[in-house]
Design a protein around this ligand. Structure first.
Ligand SMILES: [Zn+2]
Length: 186
């Protein structure tokens, strides 16, 4: 196992992640401007874990007739850089040097359009279900790797989606243990 965290990202792609097809991304307006990490949650259908639907959603291949909820969202063009599944598996959709479409209307310390300068990580989960230990383990690992490779992401620049889109977004929710996560990063 490679222990030097600097060696685990190659041209924006994590060596430990499974790569998944996605064309929901574009260029960052300012190249190499990567200074914020945003934690999210997602589950499709809501509250169900383990299916192929998140991967299908980010690939633009969600089938609207599969579930009533999918009818409302299947045309949305969104993505994240990473997804961490309940068993800790890490899936990467977009290279870190590219802009993924995860934050939407957002603002951090007065700067809007957080997609421009952030990395987005989706945890498979909900605001109310405790995340798994395997997810925390993977999240802590990838966060350390990301912080080593993109040193502008300091501890104070790791936030929830709710922090940059208050009133509009609630994820990762009260189920996310920020204290445990931050302690393990320290
Ligand atoms: Zn979110």
């Amino acid at each position: 196992m490679v222990t030097d965290t600097r060696l685990q990202i190659n041209t924006g792609w994590l060596s430990c992640a499974k790569r998944s097809e996605c064309d929901h991304f574009d260029c960052r307006p300012i190249e190499h401007d990567i200074s914020l990490l945003v934690i999210h949650n997602i589950s499709l259908p809501p509250g169900e874990f383990g299916g192929p639907h998140i991967v299908d959603f980010f690939a633009g291949k969600l089938q609207p007739d599969h579930h009533p909820f999918f009818e409302q969202i299947y045309q949305m063009r969104v993505s994240s850089h990473l997804l961490i599944r309940r068993d800790g598996e890490i899936v990467q959709f977009v290279g870190f040097e590219q802009r993924a479409w995860h934050a939407g209307v957002s603002s951090f310390q007065g700067r809007t359009r957080c997609n421009d300068f952030s990395i987005g990580i989706e945890l498979e989960g909900t605001d109310n279900d405790a995340y798994s230990e395997a997810q925390y383990k993977s999240l802590v690992h990838v966060t350390k790797v990301i912080m080593h490779n993109y040193p502008a992401i300091s501890l104070g620049r790791i936030v929830g989606h709710n922090d940059i889109a208050p009133g509009r977004k609630t994820d990762p929710g009260s189920s996310f243990d920020w204290a445990q996560y931050r302690q393990q990063l320290g």
